[in-house]
Design a protein around this ligand. Structure first.
Ligand code: GDP
Length: 471
């Protein structure tokens, strides 16, 4: 029988060493109580200090979150347009940008920033984000209420104009009660210096920040010494920050958990080893399928993630053949189909049997589509249940899977043409996501020449030349 399906009621496992709060209703979020049965215990334990900060945050969220008296009071003050010092409750409203992977990494970063800034995190989930996740905070909600003024940022002062005004005036001026903070990158946009003390001081007195970002901006916090002592105590292991954040925040809803757990039990649970293969093709029209297939095979065969084919024999004689299950996540059906046919048509030299399963093939990235996001979430989660993970460079979809699973992936080159690359992939040195657009200057304006020698925990990413990540 499969030992993974026998429920073991150990609260330490269930609550991931105190990372998760006890007291949730099991039926409303089954995954919260069952996910530990689907993966090996993580070697990365949350620090006691992190656990206490999370419990403290939950308290704040309960006190200031929607449905609380303090929330109603704060909203009344906002409506009255009276300016002044912020009340006891301050808010950070997260808004989505780009695909689900981008959204989840930026939301995780926003949560950590909310903890540092004593802000209550509210999420602006429209129809396409409905029902993917359980509520993360005990006895409260993180969903932005329907009638909140924060559903739009029209008529809200922007961070950019605030900085301009700040530069122009030398005297103190009244700060707005709500500010739109766009941390997304564009060509014509100057650096934001968001993490620098002066800018943090400006933001501190604003009651509500509406944030847009598609990046994991936690590395920024490591570029300002003011954050260091807190962050150090919370996260002694710098390459497990995202791992803790995503396991804390993102629990599949019962509907998503049904999709994930049925697929897992049907195709993956009984295998001797599980391999996740994420094949993200960024420019499908200019990248031939065969070039991608060659890259995937070069990577997996040469690193012994998958066995070579035996072209001499047509049968393999052995009593106990082990089975590897390969989960393929891709927008295109060809990759799963090719790989499956390959291992069914010929034996492998090791005698291993290779089962290939691809849950969906959506053909293209879709927007404003709830079911599409359910599929993406299902596949990120299934990838995270792998023993060995292969992801595509630059893909935030892959970052979420590696973070949930606590896995250092093999990084496939990002192909945009027919080129061949050797090696086809490299093993990443950390499970953290790469930040693709780090600041180019220190807070004092001097250019940053080298991240690794300037900041102890930051390294250049392997998957994107301009990116940095924690290690
Ligand atoms: P990134 O663009 O690779 O960084 O990842 P994002 O998740 O931000 O955006 C890509 C979006 O395209 C995903 O959220 C999905 O909607 C879709 N997508 C890309 N690859 C896959 C895949 O392998 N499976 C599924 N179901 N959807 C995918």
């Amino acid at each position: 029988s499969d030992s993974r399906s026998i429920p073991i009621h150990d609260d330490r496992d269930k609550l991931i060493d105190g990372l998760l709060a006890s007291g949730f209703d099991e039926a409303s979020c089954t995954s919260r109580f069952q996910s530990h049965l689907f993966r090996k215990a993580s070697p990365h334990k949350p620090s006691q200090y992190l656990v206490s900060k999370l419990r403290h945050y939950e308290e704040l969220h309960r006190k200031c979150g929607p449905n609380s008296r303090a929330y109603r009071k704060s909203m009344k003050v906002l409506h009255s347009k009276k300016k002044g010092a912020p009340g006891i409750c301050k808010y950070l409203v997260w808004t989505p940008a780009n695909g689900l992977g981008n959204r989840m990494i930026s939301l995780a970063a926003a949560f950590l920033y909310a903890i540092f800034a004593d802000r209550v995190l509210l999420v602006r989930f429209r129809d396409d984000m409905q029902g993917l996740f359980c509520e993360p905070f005990l006895n409260s909600t993180w969903l932005l209420p329907k009638h909140s003024p924060f559903w739009s940022e029209h008529h809200v002062e922007t961070y950019r104009t605030m900085l301009k005004k700040d530069k122009a005036s030398h005297s103190k001026r009244a700060v707005p009660s709500t500010l739109f903070l766009n941390l997304q990158h564009s060509q014509d946009d100057p650096e934001k210096f968001f993490h620098c003390d002066h800018n943090q001081d400006l933001l501190r007195n604003i009651t509500s920040l509406i944030l847009r970002s598609d990046q994991y901006f936690v590395p920024y916090l490591f570029m300002n010494p003011s954050f260091n002592s807190e962050i150090d105590k919370m996260f002694p292991e710098k390459d497990a920050i995202f791992h803790h954040l995503v396991r804390y925040l993102f629990h599949p809803s019962n509907e998503a958990w049904g999709l994930i757990s049925r697929f897992y039990k049907t195709y993956l649970a009984s295998a001797d080893e599980r391999i996740g293969l994420q094949i993200r093709v960024f420019s499908p029209t200019t990248t031939p399928t065969q070039a991608v297939m060659d890259l995937v095979l070069n990577c997996t065969l040469s690193n012994k993630v998958l066995p070579q084919l035996d072209t001499q024999k047509s049968v393999y004689y052995s009593q106990n053949q082990t089975v590897k299950a390969v989960l393929v996540a891709s927008l295109y059906p060809e990759y799963g189909e090719n790989l499956r046919a390959m291992y069914l048509n010929k034996p492998s030299v090791s005698g291993e049997l290779i089962g290939v399963y691809q849950p969906s093939h959506e053909e293209e990235q879709k927007f404003h589509d709830n079911m599409h996001n359910f599929k993406a979430w299902t596949e990120m989660y299934l990838l995270s249940l792998s023993d060995v993970l292969v992801t595509t460079s630059l893909s935030t979809f892959g970052y979420v899977a590696q973070g949930l699973g606590g896995l250092k992936p093999w990084l496939l080159y990002k192909l945009t043409s027919n080129d061949t690359y050797f090696p086809a992939c490299v093993r990443d040195f950390s499970i953290e996501p790469c930040n693709h657009i780090p600041p180019q200057h220190f807070c004092n304006g001097k250019p940053i020449k080298d991240f690794a020698s300037s900041f102890p925990y930051l390294r250049k990413c392997l998957d994107f030349y301009a990116g940095v990540k924690l290690a």
